[in-house]
Design a protein around this ligand. Structure first.
Ligand code: URA
Length: 237
């Protein structure tokens, strides 16, 4: 593994900006292989070195994974010249990790959005081949019925002729339902329901695979995923 600088290694773990981390090292709070680190630019092999901050061992967590309860009114993007994006809602430490959203929720859609800096993970979650189900709550104009459920099972044909993979529609109240899809075409759920003459009024993603949105987060809230959460993403519900 290539050598890394001590200050970069600590920054990459979201423990502070370069300036802050240099001060931490200068204050003698970091030990490298059991010896108090003397300079921020010390280089070492992160696979074999032991790095401690205030006596706690730091691991090389290269990839990071978060869930956010995306509020409506915010773009699913890393940055935008004019509008607020989901990355504007996280901490400066998280922005430095190079996080990006896994897939996309529309500006007026809320709910579970995963953020990571792991491209392979993102690809596996998004690809229909992985069969990771995305579950949405939708409030619609109209009353979905059993015929709509059947049409979803057979594969909805969108207004432009695109055929969707088989999906599931579960009826809740008169005008709300649960939609489960494996793919993520542009405005997919809205276009599927519109194709059945039931335009979406409100859309919220509640789960990705077996991972449910943490109800404790609230709009704009986020937290790091545990190892168990990560496994759940690829488990069925
Ligand atoms: N389908 C949509 O139409 N919009 C979303 O934001 C997500 C899925």
């Amino acid at each position: 593994m290539p050598l890394v600088r001590l200050d970069k290694f600590i920054c990459d773990q979201g423990l502070g900006g370069r300036k802050e981390v240099r001060q931490i090292i200068k204050a003698g709070r970091v030990r490298l292989n059991g010896v108090t680190a003397s300079a921020p630019d010390m280089k070492f092999d992160p696979e074999s070195a032991l790095v401690e901050l205030d006596g706690s061992v730091l691991g090389y967590a290269k990839f990071r994974y978060y869930m956010m309860d995306k509020p409506t009114g915010v773009l699913t993007a890393t940055r935008d010249g004019r509008q607020k994006t989901v990355l504007d809602l996280v901490t400066p430490e998280m922005r430095r990790m190079g996080l990006f959203p896994v897939g996309r929720l529309d500006k007026d859609t809320s709910g579970l959005l995963l953020l990571t800096n792991d491209g392979n993970f993102a690809h596996r979650v998004i690809s229909p081949k992985s069969e990771v189900e995305k579950l949405y709550y939708a409030k619609v104009d109209g009353s979905p019925d059993a015929d709509d459920c059947l049409a979803f099972e057979r594969g909805i044909v969108l207004a432009d002729g695109t055929r969707c993979l088989p999906a599931k529609l579960e009826l809740l109240g008169a005008s709300d339902c649960i939609v489960r899809v494996m793919e993520g075409k542009y405005h997919q759920v809205k276009r599927m329901l519109a194709a059945r003459g039931k335009p979406v009024l409100e859309l919220r993603r509640l789960a990705v695979g077996g991972l449910e949105l943490d109800p404790a987060l609230g709009p704009g809230g986020f937290r790091e995923l545990t190892n168990e959460d990560l496994c759940r993403v690829f488990m069925g519900r």
